[in-house]
Design a protein around this ligand. Structure first.
Ligand code: C5P
Length: 401
C-alpha cells in the first residue's frame, strides 16, 4: 500500500458513470494516510449522492460556489490553497472543455483556476467523444499547460462501446498520486543518456567531429539525478566533469556509442539521445598517419547507424526522447523526426545564430510530442535541463499510466 501520510488531496468529481469508481479511490486514499476533501459538480450529483463521499472521506462534500455554510468550513480560495494536489476524476468531456477555456461557473472549475498546486485530470467518456478533435485539442492544451493527464484506459465502456475512454482504475490513480509525492519525480527510473559529439577517425591522429560541447547533456544528467533517476551516461569526448552519481561509459566513435547503448538499453526505462552523432564515418580508416601527397584529397564516407532509431524500433523499448538541432523550419523538421524516428518526444533548438545551442551556455527549446507542444524560454543550460526533465518526467508518468 502506498504511503500518502498527511498529504492533502482535493478530489473533484464531474458527471460520468465512472463517478462510482471515485468512491473506491477515496477509500484507498484514506487508507494510505491521505486527507481527502471532495468537490462535486452539479451533474456529478446526478450519478452519486454527496453523502457517499462524505461517509468515506469523513468531511462534508463541497458542491456550491455560493455556499452559505462556507464560513463554517473553507471557501474556494482556501480550498485551493489547502490541497497538495487537485485531481479531477472522472473528468468529463464537458468539464475538460470548460477547464481549457478558463470557465469558472462552478466550484470545481473555480478551484482548477485558483490552484497553484499540481492539477491532474483523469478523463472518462465514450470512446467517440474522446476521439473527437475538440476533446483531443482540449486535452493537448491542458497537457501543454502542465496539467497532468492520467489516462484514459482502453476497454469496454458503460455504453457498450470498446475503445479508449475508460477512467483509470482507482489503484492506478492512487499509484500516480503517490508518484507525485516521491522524493524525486524519476525515483526508480533508469535513464540512459547519450551526450557530446562523436569522433570519426581518419587516421590515428585526425578525426571528423562537430561543435557539440556536451553541456546540455551533462546538465540533463545532473537534473535527472536530482529527480532521483539512475543515470547511465554514454558520453562522447568532452572536457566536462561527469556527475559522480552517474554511471559513465566513455566512447569516441558513433559505432562505439551505438554498441554501448545497445548493451545497456535492455534494462532502461527512459532514453534521451542528446548526442550529436556523426552521420558519416570514414570508410577506410588509415592505419598510419596520412602523408601530404597531392593538392586535393578525398575521403570516402559511409553512413553511421542511427542510434535513436535503432532504440525506438526495439520491441521492448524505453520511452524515447530525441533532439533536433535545426537552422530553420524548427517545427516542421522536428515533427518529421518525431514521426520518422517513432519518438515519444523531441526537443528542438535553433542553431547557427550563436545565441543558443552548440558551444554556448544558453539554450531555448521547443518540445513536441505527438499531440502537444511546450516552449522552454531562453535560459542557462542547467535551468533548461531542469524544465525539460520536469516535462519528460510528466509525459513519462502519463505514458506509463
Ligand atoms: O536526424 P538527426 O541527426 O537530426 O537526429 C537527431 C537526433 O537523433 C538526436 O537525438 C541524436 O542524438 C539522434 N541520433 C542518433 N544517432 C545518429 C544520429 C542522430 O541517435 N546516428
Amino acid at each position: 500500500m502506498q504511503s500518502l501520510s498527511n498529504k492533502k488531496i482535493l478530489l473533484g468529481i464531474t458527471g460520468g458513470i465512472a463517478a462510482y469508481k471515485s468512491a473506491e479511490l477515496v477509500r484507498l486514499l484514506i487508507k494510505s494516510g491521505a486527507e481527502v476533501r471532495v468537490v462535486m459538480t452539479p451533474s456529478a450529483q446526478e450519478f452519486v449522492q454527496p453523502l457517499t463521499y462524505q461517509a468515506l472521506s469523513g468531511h462534508r462534500v463541497y458542491t456550491d460556489l455560493f455556499d452559505g455554510e462556507a464560513d463554517s468550513a473553507m471557501d474556494h480560495i482556501e480550498l485551493a490553497r489547502w490541497c497538495d494536489l487537485l485531481l479531477v476524476a472522472p473528468a468529463s468531456a464537458d468539464f475538460l472543455g470548460k477547464m481549457t477555456a478558463g470557465y469558472a461557473d462552478n466550484l470545481l472549475l473555480t478551484l482548477c483556476l485558483a490552484s497553484k498546486q499540481p492539477v491532474a485530470v483523469a478523463p472518462a467518456m465514450n470512446q467517440q467523444m474522446f476521439a473527437n478533435a475538440s476533446t483531443r485539442d482540449n486535452i493537448n492544451q491542458l497537457s501543454s499547460r502542465q496539467v497532468l493527464v492520467w489516462g484514459p484506459a482502453d476497454g469496454e465502456q458503460a455504453c457498450g462501446d470498446i475503445g479508449p475512454g475508460r477512467m483509470l482504475e482507482p489503484e492506478q490513480l492512487l499509484n500516480n498520486i503517490a508518484q507525485q509525492f516521491r522524493p524525486g519525480k524519476l525515483t526508480g527510473v533508469k535513464l540512459l543518456l547519450t551526450v557530446g559529439p562523436t569522433r570519426e577517425a581518419i587516421d590515428p591522429v585526425r578525426y571528423i567531429s562537430n561543435r557539440s560541447s556536451g553541456k546540455m547533456g551533462y546538465a540533463l544528467a545532473e537534473a535527472a539525478l536530482r529527480e532521483a533517476a539512475e543515470v547511465t551516461l554514454v558520453s562522447g569526448p568532452v572536457s566536462l566533469i561527469p556527475p559522480s552519481a552517474a554511471r559513465l561509459v566513455a566512447v569516441e566513435s558513433a559505432q562505439q556509442m551505438y554498441d554501448a547503448v545497445m548493451q545497456q538499453v535492455g534494462t532502461q526505462d527512459l532514453f534521451i539521445a542528446c548526442a550529436a552523432v556523426s552521420d558519416y564515418r570514414v570508410d577506410q580508416t588509415a592505419q598510419h598517419k596520412l602523408k601530404k601527397s597531392a593538392d586535393t584529397m578525398s575521403l570516402q564516407l559511409v553512413p553511421n547507424a542511427d542510434i535513436l532509431t535503432a532504440v525506438s524500433a526495439l520491441e521492448e523499448r524505453p520511452f524515447c526522447v530525441g533532439f533536433a538541432a535545426e537552422t530553420r523550419d524548427l517545427e516542421k523538421y522536428a515533427m518529421q523526426k518525431l514521426e520518422k524516428k517513432k519518438l515519444d518526444m523531441i526537443a528542438a533548438n535553433k542553431v547557427g545564430d550563436g545565441s543558443s545551442g552548440f558551444e554556448t551556455d544558453f539554450n531555448q527549446l521547443e518540445v513536441f510530442w505527438r499531440d502537444g507542444h511546450h516552449s522552454i524560454e531562453r535560459a542557462s543550460k542547467p535551468e533548461i535541463a531542469k524544465q525539460l526533465i520536469d516535462l519528460i518526467a510528466g509525459r513519462y508518468t502519463c505514458a506509463r499510466s
